[in-house]
Design a protein around this ligand. Structure first.
Ligand SMILES: CC(C)(COP(=O)(O)OP(=O)(O)OC[C@H]1O[C@@H](n2cnc3c(N)ncnc32)[C@H](O)[C@@H]1OP(=O)(O)O)[C@@H](O)C(=O)NCCC(=O)NCCS
Length: 218
């Protein structure tokens, strides 16, 4: 089932479907922001993979045609600012998906990402009909933790060595929303100042645990 990819806007922020012709501009942003992005980038556990922006856009679009993902560009005042990908979409009794994102350093701190996440989450809930949206973040990633705090994604737990990032398996804090929590919509709730306090807060026991790597047997 191919997924319809909408264009969604709020103020200076637009999310729109990625296109193959974005490859050149996207590659420039990715290269110019290497130092900014590398620490948080998903990597291949089976060794280095080449830098092929056109190929990865094609793979994202094929995944979307198969109904498994929704690849978006984040624009700020009409300029390409970053990417937001909905992935691992499952239907039926799970009806769930995961969100990942980045913006270039020069667009940081302008609420581009929380706005994009709110727009896309609302689309997934109220148009696609998904039930649960998840975001997983490395414990060290304070700016990204602010994104889920602002929008009131609820803390669900610590997943040890969960995603291969920047060359190794990394712990992640996981957050989620189910549609019943946000009947008014994620964007509306945030704009109305109605996000419940502390739902994204991590308990001390998980914060402490994440400070100590899981012992691994070689
Ligand atoms: C995490 C990230 C997507 C946040 O996007 P954003 O659009 O800047 O989000 P916000 O505008 O809500 O800013 C979030 C926090 O970043 C911090 N921040 C603001 N400007 C910043 C800057 N120039 N540099 C670093 N951090 C900054 C602030 O703490 C801000 O919180 P505040 O608004 O309460 O002050 C972005 O920092 C990024 O792309 N980082 C690199 C890739 C990455 O971490 N991806 C996410 C992996 S889970």
């Amino acid at each position: 089932m191919a997924l319809y990819l909408p264009t969604l806007s709020d103020g200076p922020v637009t999310v729109r479907p990625v296109r193959v012709r974005d490859a050149r501009a996207l590659e420039r942003e990715l290269l110019d922001n290497r130092a900014w992005l590398r620490q948080w980038e998903a990597t291949n556990p089976n060794g280095p993979s080449g830098f092929d922006t056109r190929g990865s856009i094609r793979a994202l679009l094929a995944n979307s045609r198969a109904g498994h993902g929704m690849p978006f560009i984040i624009e700020y005042e009409g300029q390409l600012a970053g990417q937001l990908n909905v992935s691992s979409i499952s239907y039926g009794s799970l009806s769930s998906a995961t969100i990942g994102y980045w913006v270039s350093e020069r667009f940081a701190g302008k609420n581009a990402t929380p706005t994009a996440v709110a727009l896309v989450t609302d689309h997934c809930f109220f148009t696609v009909g998904l039930h649960r949206m998840e975001i997983c973040i490395r414990p060290e990633n304070k700016p990204s933790l602010r994104v889920v705090e602002k929008l009131g994604f609820r803390y669900e737990g610590l997943r040890r060595r969960y995603i291969h990032i920047n060359g190794d398996w990394r712990d992640h804090f996981c957050f989620a929303l189910v549609v019943e929590e946000v009947r008014q919509g994620v964007l509306r709730r945030w704009k109305d100042g109605a996000v419940p306090a502390l739902v994204a807060q991590r308990p001390e026991v998980d914060v402490r645990a994440a400070e100590h790597p899981l012992p691994v047997i070689k």
